[in-house]
Ligand binder design. Structure first.
Ligand code: ATP
Length: 553
């Protein structure tokens, strides 16, 4: 029986060592001794997840709930707990410190097992509606009462999804490969197909990696597109071969699974979003076959797309969902099919998949428009048409290519209007000026540079008043330090920023600055792992005709 204390002891050692190889070695040696079920839980927990990817709900335990339980357990006031929090900026470590001090006097019973922890997490997830908050608190309290300081720390780290021990998914995959003597490449491939690292560990432990197939109701990772800057660049790369030119729809990427009467919709982060789109569920049910489709859910009315932002309320399903549905009717534009009646199509060429898609989806869903293009002029003309019809640009696809889950390759390339946009993470915030005085509305944001984050700019325009209000609440909750002028914010909120150009600059630690940045949208569908990196910034910088070096002007 995998003990939770042995697991957390291993993670603590992983945290303490800075070498990647050593981290992998520690975890793999630990995992080698586990049965398949415990391997599943250990891999999942080690990446800071409490439940399998694709589950509709998660434990949904917020900071305030944890703080509340902590106060109840220790008799400390919220203020006192807050003081320890400021020291670490990490709730897990706060809990460890506070509970370790208290633990001397507690007689704890039998030690926790991985399975018991998983069962408690499931119980928290199941708690719904009236009284659910108290039930969740009860489960958490019961766990913490039985946990030692280190265990408590990791319980909280998992629940807040903030593992921060330098163990990215890639390293856990390496540890799985090493623990169960499998080659790294096939572990990676299977990981992308399976979507969930826990399931990956389980299958590897059972020696069943080669048997993994796509499965209905289990989300797989989405195929992604590589950005290119111009129509000519695209035509040149494909050497004039005919491509499928599709509009780039501006909505929510969605994978729709149907099996009999059952329908599930998954987002780009493999979260279940079925309940937000009842009309898509209805339409899927009207198709006689079972399938996995890929496409984009777009707010759409009277023949034209509506602003993407309208979907936010539907996704969050906060008050008055009916009104949000009326305000933002949606269409599902499907552009790919991965599985049809038990037949796995994802490795077939796109032209065959498109043909199958046309056969089954017509009538229920709108198929993404598709036109064959091969020259730079044709790409450019279709691009203009997409813009005048209200779409974001084009996605151009090689008709001979297979569907490669989770990969950003050149079989799909995208062409957008702006020079480009960047997905960045907010790392700081300040009060605004003028109309926005008194509101936290100036955001400092960063891109990734290896393991660290580098600031590249500040933006304040682009959000609606309502969005600013929502952001304020989130930023307050994520503030690590507030010196009165500037709040340092935990890097979690991803925004997409448009800009006029990129210049070299000594203002920020990235060495670059965006000129006239504006927030295009809040990317709730993206997390810290999805933001752009400094290489992307350099690429855009190099592609500019005029390169400004701010320091030298
Ligand atoms: P972006 O920020 O440009 O939306 P992304 O990082 O979410 O990009 P990419 O794969 O880089 O994802 O770009 C393609 C995105 O465009 C898809 O994720 C999808 O949401 C959207 N999209 C819209 N129309 C299509 C289409 N016809 N084919 C593929 N993707 C499409």
């Amino acid at each position: 029986m995998g003990s939770f204390s042995e697991f957390t002891y291993t993670l603590d050692r992983v945290r303490e060592t800075s070498g990647k190889n050593e981290k992998v070695r520690l975890l793999s040696e630990y995992m080698r001794g586990l049965d398949a079920e415990d391997a599943e839980l250990a891999a999942r927990f080690a990446t800071g997840r409490s439940s399998v990817k694709g589950s509709a709900d998660e434990t949904q335990i917020g900071y305030s709930t944890i703080m509340g339980v902590l106060e109840g357990l220790t008799g400390l006031s919220g203020r006192e707990v807050g003081r320890v929090y400021v020291k670490y900026g990490d709730l897990g470590r706060v809990v460890e410190e506070i509970l370790s001090a208290k633990k001397e006097t507690t007689l704890f019973e039998e030690t926790l097992t991985l399975k018991e922890v998983a069962q408690s997490f499931e119980a928290m997830t199941r708690a719904k509606g009236k009284g659910s908050s108290d039930m969740k608190k009860g489960h958490l309290k019961a766990l913490l009462l039985r946990a030692n300081g280190v265990e408590a720390k990791f319980l909280v780290k998992i629940l807040t999804k903030e593992m921060r021990i330098g163990l990215v998914d890639g390293l856990v995959e390496e540890a799985i490969a090493k623990a169960y003597d499998t080659d790294r490449a096939s572990v990676r491939e299977t990981a992308l197909l399976l979507g969930d690292i826990g399931l990956l560990a389980k299958r590897a432990r059972l020696g069943e990696l080669s048997g993994v197939r796509l499965e209905l109701m289990r989300p797989t990772n989405f195929m992604l597109a590589e950005p290119m800057q111009t129509a000519e660049e695209i035509a040149a790369y494909f050497e004039g071969r005919p491509l499928d030119g599709e509009y780039k729809y501006d909505g929510v990427r969605a994978q729709v699974h149907k099996k009999g009467e059952k329908v599930k919709i998954f987002s780009r982060r493999l979260e279940e979003i079925t309940a937000s789109f009842p009309e898509v569920v209805e339409a899927a049910r009207s198709i006689a076959y079972d399938f996995i489709l890929d496409g984009e859910i777009v707010p759409f009315s009277k023949g034209s797309p509506l602003p993407f932002q309208l979907l936010q309320r539907r996704l969050r399903r906060i008050e008055n969902f009916e009104a949000a549905m009326r305000e933002a009717p949606v269409l599902y534009f499907c552009f790919d099919i991965l599985l049809l009646d038990g037949e796995d199509l994802h490795q077939r060429p796109l032209r065959e998949r498109r043909e199958a898609l046309g056969r089954i989806a017509a009538g229920a869903f709108r198929e993404a428009s598709m036109k064959k293009v091969s020259t730079g002029e044709e790409v450019e003309a279709l691009f203009r048409l997409s813009r005048t019809s209200g779409y974001e640009g084009l996605v151009l696809k090689d008709p001979e290519s297979p569907y490669t889950p989770g990969k950003r390759g050149k079989s799909w390339v995208k062409l957008k209007e702006e020079l480009d946009t960047l997905d960045v993470v907010i790392v700081g915030a300040e009060l605004g000026h003028g109309k926005r005085a008194g509101k936290i509305s100036d955001y400092t944001f960063a891109v990734r540079d290896g393991e660290s984050l580098k600031v590249i700019g500040k933006a304040y325009s682009g959000l609606t008043d309502k969005e600013i209000e929502d952001m304020m609440v989130k930023i307050k909750a994520l503030t690590i330090e507030d010196d009165g002028y500037f709040r340092t914010v935990k890097p979690q909120l991803v925004i997409e920023v448009a800009f006029d150009s990129i210049q070299r600059s000594g203002r920020h630690d990235s060495g670059f600055a965006l000129r006239f940045p504006r927030i295009k949208r809040i990317r709730e569908d993206k997390g810290l792992g999805d933001i752009d990196n400094i290489q992307e910034v350099k690429k855009v910088f190099e592609s500019q005709r005029v390169k400004v070096d701010e320091e030298r002007r």
